[in-house]
Write a protein of this length. Structure first.
Length: 258
C-alpha cells in the first residue's frame, strides 16, 4: 500500500471583539456591537455572562424584546440599521456591572463580541475644619447617587476610629432636592495633630470616583481593549489529529505486503 493516509480537522476561530466601558452610576451607556453581513434569518442576542448570568435582549425577524430588569431600560437600533446590534441601557445601576455578550451569525458562522461594563459611584466631597475651641472639629460633606456608601477618616494614611480622644459620627439625607444623597461625617478630637485628617469616601461593591459635579460627568473613561474592526477575521488551524495513526497503518500494511 503506497497510499498515504491522514485525516485533518479544520477549526475556525473567530477573533472576538472585547470592549471595556467605565461609567458613572445613574447615566445611560451604549454597549457597542457591529454586526455587518449578519445572517438576518437567525436571531441576535445579548446576554449578561458575569456575574449572575441572564438574558438581556433578543431580536428575531418578527420580534424584539428586552428581558427582565432591562425591559423598561433598553433601546435597540436594528430597526434603524440592520448592521448595528448595539443596545443602549439607561439609568445604570450597580447591579448592571459585569460582562455582556452580543451574538449573531455571519452566514452559518457563530460570531460574538464582549463588553465589560464597570460602574463607578461619583461623589462630590467638601471638607472643613474648626480648630478655634478646645475640641478640634473636622467635617466631611459628601453628595452622591449611591446609598451603599461609607465615609472613613485617616491621618497620614492611617485609619482613625472612635477612642477616648476621638469621636466620629455619621448620618445621611436621602431627600436632597438635587436628587443626590447627602452624607455627613464629623470627627471631634482633643488631640492637636501636626497634619489634618482626611475623609475618604468608599462605595460598596463598585469603584469610587470623585468629581466637583457628578451631574455633569457622564463618562469616567471609555477604553477599547481589543478590536478587530468591522470584519471579523478568522484563523484556520489544520490539526493532523490522526496523522500518527495513518502513518502506523501505512507501515503495518507495507510490512504485511513484504
Amino acid at each position: 500500500m503506497r497510499t498515504f493516509l491522514a485525516v485533518f480537522i479544520v477549526v475556525t476561530v473567530s477573533a472576538d471583539e472585547h470592549v471595556t466601558i467605565n461609567g458613572t452610576l445613574g447615566h445611560n451607556f451604549l454597549l457597542p456591537c457591529a454586526c455587518s453581513d449578519r445572517n438576518e434569518s437567525i436571531e441576535v442576542e445579548w446576554e449578561k455572562e458575569h456575574p449572575n448570568a441572564m438574558q438581556v435582549f433578543k431580536h428575531t425577524q418578527t420580534t424584539e424584546t428586552f428581558c427582565g430588569k432591562y425591559k423598561e431600560r433598553g433601546k435597540a437600533f436594528l430597526s434603524e440599521n440592520r448592521e448595528n446590534c448595539s443596545i443602549l441601557l439607561t439609568n445604570i445601576t450597580a447591579e448592571d456591572q459585569g460582562r455582556y455578550r452580543c451574538s449573531f451569525y455571519i452566514d452559518e458562522q457563530y460570531t460574538k463580541s464582549y463588553v465589560t461594563l464597570n460602574i463607578y459611584a461619583c461623589y462630590s466631597v467638601f471638607q472643613t475644619a474648626d480648630n478655634s475651641g478646645g475640641v478640634n472639629v473636622f467635617k466631611c460633606n459628601v453628595k452622591g447617587r449611591y446609598n451603599k456608601t461609607e465615609i472613613e477618616w485617616e491621618l497620614d494614611g492611617v485609619p482613625l476610629q472612635n477612642s477616648i480622644t476621638t469621636n466620629i459620627t455619621q448620618k445621611y439625607n436621602p431627600d436632597d432636592p438635587t436628587g443626590l444623597i447627602q452624607f455627613y461625617s464629623q470627627l471631634n478630637t482633643t488631640l492637636n495633630w501636626t497634619s489634618a485628617p482626611r475623609c475618604r469616601v468608599k462605595a460598596k461593591d463598585i469603584a469610587t470616583y470623585n468629581s466637583s459635579d457628578c451631574n455633569a460627568d457622564k463618562n469616567v473613561q471609555s477604553k477599547l481593549v481589543y478590536n478587530y474592526g468591522k470584519d471579523q477575521r478568522r484563523s484556520y488551524f489544520y490539526i493532523p489529529i490522526m496523522f500518527v495513526l495513518g502513518l502506523s497503518l501505512l507501515l503495518w500494511c507495507r510490512r504485511n505486503v513484504s
